[in-house]
Design a protein around this ligand. Sequence first.
Ligand code: TXA
Ligand code: MG
Length: 322
Amino acid sequence: MIFSPTPNNIAQAAQIIAAGGIIGLPTETVYGLAADASNADAVGLVYTTKGRPSDHPLIVHLAPQAGTLHWAATAPSFARDLIKSFWPGPLTVVLPRTAHAGDFITGRQKTVALRCPAHPVAQALLQACLEAGIHGLAAPSANRFGRMSPTTAQHVVDEFDTPVFTLDGGACEVGIESTIVDCTGAMPRILRHGAITLDDVARVTGLVVLDAVGHNNSPRVSGSLAAHYAPATPLLLCAAQDSGKLASTAVYVGFDKPVQLPMSCAFHAMPSDATLYARQLYATLRNLDTMGYSQIAVQPVPPSIAWAGVRDRLGRAAATFA
Ligand code: TXA
Ligand code: MG
């Protein structure tokens, strides 16, 4: 069920949350499946709806006015600098938790992941919840476990067999999940690449930033599993010069149509700008997934830091089929 984000519908969503239910929540990154982060049963419903292992920790989403003190015991000055620069926005910080952050949120870790989303509908709902005494919403991406994150309300509704009350916030502007920065050590560690890059984190903190993506094989960071974010159609990375070998039933997704591509192969053009590419990525793959192609062959994206988020998602999607 898709609902326009009128004040009445936002109030109704807050009531569903307060009653221990779950809702589909638009954010600027991807849509989330949101529940009261202090209600173990409600968070349990998120896990069962997603089919997600219950030891995977969730991000707690905060209203801009909420502050981190309810959930995080301390924040080093570099974390405060990051929050000042990038909240509200596509940045998640991992901090030492308070007793308010239950094991069912943190996956029994001593840390909690916090994010203040920039989307006005998310902010309106978080504010309504805060006024009702709810300090944050746990909201993993609103997809079944291992699948691609939804970037429209329709994607959310299509994803689950049971109806989910979903607020329509339009197509997500960022299109890939938030950058996650572990702020529990002496230096920032990137746990997941996103729109805020390693360079952005280095610039704001003035510190050396560690790239822990791919070095952390803990299943506790579900996005860190090699096989993740995949369409159902086999996806492979294929350089333009290798595209001549593709079957006529494949589609090639790239910047420019390669001269080597067989005439019979479909071609789908993607933007050469990383921000625009990220915005379209999941919707494009979901759409191609419905078109009956035998393979989705994707041109590798540039090796630069600006492309790290997209490169990481494509690499994981391809790893699912490798
Ligand atoms: O952009 C986003 O972050 C979206 C939107 C809805 O806000 N949410 C999202 O949630 O991507 P999810 O659950 O799909 O991914 C949360 C990630 C997982 O990789 C999880 O393991 C990691 O955050 N995470 C959560 N708590 C953590 C913690 N205490 N330490 C390390 N990683 C943590
Ligand atoms: Mg996810």
